[in-house]
Write a protein that binds this ligand. Sequence first.
Ligand SMILES: Cc1cc2nc3c(=O)[nH]c(=O)nc-3n(C[C@H](O)[C@H](O)[C@H](O)COP(=O)(O)O)c2cc1C
Length: 200
Amino acid sequence: MAFLELARKRRSVRHYRPDPVPPELIEQVLEAGRWAPSACNSQPWEFIVVTDPQVREAIYQLANVVGLKWPHLRSAPVTIVVCARRLTPYSRDDAIFAAQNMLLCATDLGLGTCWIGGFNESKMKRLLSVPESYLLPGMFTLGYPATEPAPPPRRELTEMTHTETYQRRGLDLTRPRFVWSVLKKLFRLQVRKPRPPTSP
Ligand SMILES: Cc1cc2nc3c(=O)[nH]c(=O)nc-3n(C[C@H](O)[C@H](O)[C@H](O)COP(=O)(O)O)c2cc1C
């Protein structure tokens, strides 16, 4: 699948078929997480693959925001919990990068996912015996989608992009100044090319 098509196709899936996910597909998803970027290549992430119905039920019972629960934690045959050791100040970011790789990989494999951030981190760590010092930024459901959710609206690209500084709203890559700055960079790269050593 072309990358933009994949990025657009990924949806938060909240209804799943009961069919189990083959272990080799789960492994591919985890492999995608393994190749995420991380600060100083610290790779602080740890992934907990939960398929046991009792553990999934316990997660479902615990995860909520002001009493609002996530039934997809019950219906999806797999939950993958994303944890991170605190190796750098960026460990939480690293774990989220790994998670996004996994969500996109799952989409590419025809699987559905939904990222869940609505739960009490300390209580969830205790439930899953994750060391208290670790981070647990989130988890995601994984399984075959029972429905194909419609894409929720997105803000327009022109609304969220700026050129050169925040003040100039919108993307304008055709401006002569931009072209000139690229030419200047290219020219500098040419000048900085390593020269052969000069003879004494
Ligand atoms: C940080 C974060 C936390 C989220 N937490 C939850 C959650 O607790 N429960 C849930 O059902 N969806 C959760 N979502 C999914 C969002 O609701 C969803 O991504 C958003 O509505 C856009 O829909 P889409 O993923 O289909 O594009 C979360 C997403 C993010 C990025």
